[in-house]
Design a protein around this ligand. Structure first.
Ligand code: PSU
Ligand code: MN
Length: 334
């Protein structure tokens, strides 16, 4: 196990006087340990590009074996585009940054028998020596602790529909407000309340940038009807945003990359399925952290696999864009 204190290195701003100082917390809470794979650890300490990846998308977001295939392909895409992939999970109570193939396989097969682990669940999974698949909030936390500023996923959580009554607001949003990591995603699913999610991100002080579009994308479709607060057109522009903003602000950035055009064809079919799945979730009283996995599974069933194919395509595209952003950021830091 590596002491994370050696590896705590955060955003580097070329404009900042303190840019050579390690930023933020040095030790994990309670002096805990994070296991970092030797490849990831070497890349971080040399300033090479690294891309963090979450594991709930593997355990709860997709069925086996597509989850394993996608996880491997995503890692390969990150490598091909010049960055080292670092999948995050808690295995036998140890937070791990950088999984080997055997570990990825174990998570994929275990599926939803692994505990979905958001920030609030980290202490419990570690204390009980359990296996935890990290959501966006928990993955951001560990990425930040070890000094990885770029994190790729499919979609993030948000304000749930009727969230004004249930107060079901994903901890991904508050994590973005408190942790300096850039999250590359395809936006927010329309299973969520997109306008309120954007309002809440503003409240949290999160910079939200759409990639090569003016509109905030809605995961399965390029459009949501909501304008993105800002726009970037190249990996270099995205990297500048990351380098210049976070050192001063301490908060995260959401970079929303629309699904590639050729995969967004099923948009209206998927939207119908979402409505049905939401209705079912209400009837079955599925709430809390079970809601997102339930909706993803039902929408996939109702669309005969079309939503899964779109999901896989957009994650791969995000990996491509995210690796390029990580590479551009590493160039800015030298
Ligand atoms: N959206 C997806 N796929 C996913 C998730 C969200 O399209 O797998 C997962 C992510 O790990 C995200 C989490 O962080 O669900 C949010 O869960 P909740 O809504 O319970 O906060
Ligand atoms: Mn929730």
């Amino acid at each position: 196990l590596s002491r994370i204190s050696n590896l705590s290195r955060h955003f580097h701003s070329p404009n900042s006087k303190t840019s050579d100082d390690p930023q933020g917390a040095i030790d994990a809470p309670g002096g805990g340990l994070i296991k970092i794979s030797s490849e990831v650890s070497a890349a971080i300490s040399r300033g090479h590009p690294v891309v963090a990846l979450e594991s709930t998308i593997i355990s709860h977001g997709m069925p086996y074996p597509q989850n394993l295939e996608t996880a491997k392909e995503v890692e390969a895409i990150v490598r091909k585009n010049g960055a080292v992939p670092a999948t995050v999970a808690i295995l036998d109570g140890t937070p791990c940054v950088g999984l080997n193939e055997e570990e990825l396989e174990r998570l994929s097969i275990l599926g939803n028998r692994v505990q979905k682990t958001a920030r609030r669940d980290i202490a419990q999974v570690v204390a009980s020596g359990g296996n935890g698949a990290t959501t966006v909030s928990a993955t951001m936390f560990f990425a930040s602790k070890v000094g990885i500023p770029v994190f790729v996923t499919g979609g993030i959580g948000g304000v749930h529909r009727h969230g004004e009554q249930t107060m079901d607001i994903s901890s991904d949003l508050t994590e973005l407000g408190r942790t300096p990591v850039a999250v590359i995603s395809a936006g927010i699913k329309s299973i969520l309340d997109i306008p309120r999610t954007l309002e809440y991100l503003e409240t949290q002080g999160v910079c939200v940038a759409a990639y090569r579009t003016n509109e905030f994308p809605a995961f399965f479709t390029e459009t949501s009807g909501c304008k993105a607060p800002c726009r970037v057109d190249t990996p270099e522009e995205a990297a500048k945003l990351i380098a210049n903003m976070n050192l001063e602000l301490g908060s995260g950035i959401l970079i929303a990359v629309p699904i590639p055009n050729e995969h967004s064809a099923f948009g209206s079919l998927i939207e119908k399925a979402i409505q049905t799945a939401l209705q079912e979730a209400r009837e079955k009283n599925i709430v809390g952290n079970a809601e997102t996995p339930f909706l993803l599974k039902r929408v996939n069933e109702l669309t005969g696999g079309a939503s899964l194919a779109s999901n896989i395509a957009l994650v791969k595209n995000n990996a491509l864009v995210g690796a390029k952003i990580a590479a551009a950021l590493a160039k800015l830091r030298v």
